[in-house]
Design a binder for this molecule. Structure first.
Ligand code: ADP
Length: 332
């Protein structure tokens, strides 16, 4: 049997370069050889402040981004998390075997608490448990996600191990759940344009979206912090300049990279030129995506029918796992 792959993205806004390089590129690399399920995780979306009146629209935007990026419904299943209610059922069952204290210690939880001090809710704490249920509902073994998700995957493996030992398989002896690992890509951590942290949909000024035109990309990069550039020496390891060089490495060719590294070392770097070349390199990568997206936007009926069919398939697979789990836990 082929390995199963699972990954999801929140509907908190348009996909950005971090989502694309850290997650979507991995999905694209795996869809030809594995059984893949890719999700719009709307239940994770609502753990931070959001506007219910635009949520459905935001979900559709991610679906369009997925299709335009090249996820092919003939090769993979696409789901919307809340339409497969088994996710929440399994998450609740897992929550009964996992300690609260471990969840409170997770760096992502602490970050979100600091970001939204008035919005610290149970769902936020519970995020890694629901993510575990997302993956294990389909017995996912490979998870194409950015490096920021590694602590959550550790929780997933702990829960899988604990469940398998508390509720062992009888008969065939096969374990119920695999211990999933992250599928790494080159862009597993795309830095923020603001100079600190990672590029994120929920941090204004940090990102370039996949639908930005050349002028918008230029504008966003122009606002990225640099230094006076006159000192020369080694390229810093962190901060605005380090992040621009990281983006150059991810998007520009070797010649351009070498040129600006040399200019930095000599103290002759001109950031306006670097930003212009970087804008063009990024836009060159995004232009074909944007053209495909327009085609899907013009065909909403096709998109809708693809998703409906896919979700029905996901529901069937999910129910198979749940039958097994309910039985093992003595609930059936
Ligand atoms: P965001 O933080 O932008 O709202 P999500 O939490 O929806 O993004 O994450 C969706 C996927 O994109 C995850 O696999 C995550 O690891 C990946 N991802 C998000 N930001 C980055 C980044 N800056 N670099 C690499 N991968 C990222």
């Amino acid at each position: 049997m082929k390995k199963r792959v699972y990954s999801g993205i929140r509907a908190t806004g348009r996909l950005h370069l971090g989502n694309y390089l850290g997650a979507v590129k991995g999905m694209l690399a795996l869809q030809d050889s594995y059984d893949c399920i890719f999700s719009v995780v709307d239940l994770h979306t609502i753990t931070v402040p959001y506007d219910p009146s635009v949520l459905q629209g935001s979900i559709q935007e991610i679906v369009l981004d997925y299709l335009a990026a090249g996820l092919d419904p003939k090769k993979c299943l696409l789901e919307i998390q809340s339409q497969v209610p088994q996710h929440t059922e399994l998450a609740y069952l897992f929550s009964t075997i996992y300690p609260v204290s471990r969840l409170e210690d997770l760096p992502t939880y602490k970050e979100k608490k600091a970001q939204y001090p008035k919005y610290v809710n149970m769902g936020l704490l519970y995020y890694p448990v629901l993510m575990t249920a997302d993956i294990l509902l389909y017995k996912g073994e490979l998870v194409p996600v950015g490096i920021d998700q590694e602590p959550h995957l550790e929780v997933t493996r702990e829960i899988a191990r604990k469940f398998n030992s508390m509720y062992p398989s009888t008969g065939s002896g096969s374990l119920t759940f695999p211990e999933p690992v992250r599928f790494k890509t080159n862009g597993e951590h795309v830095p923020s344009l603001s100079g600190t942290g990672k590029m994120s949909k929920s941090v204004e000024g940090s990102y370039i979206t996949l639908t930005d035109d050349l002028e918008t990309i230029r504008k966003r990069l122009r606002a990225a912090p640099t230094d006076s550039g006159t000192k020369g020496g080694e390229i810093p390891k962190e901060g605005g300049v380090a992040n621009l060089f990281k983006l150059l490495e991810l998007f520009a060719d070797n010649k351009t990279n070498t040129k600006y590294t040399h200019d930095y070392r000599q103290g002759t770097i001109r950031y306006a030129d670097l930003k212009e070349e970087l804008s063009q390199a990024i836009y060159k990568e995004l232009a074909p995506f944007q053209a495909r997206r327009k085609e899907f936007e013009a065909n909403p009926k096709l998109v809708e029918s693809v998703i409906e069919e896919s979700i029905r398939e996901c529901q069937k697979m999910a129910e198979e796992t749940m039958k097994e789990v309910r039985k093992k836990m003595g609930l059936e």
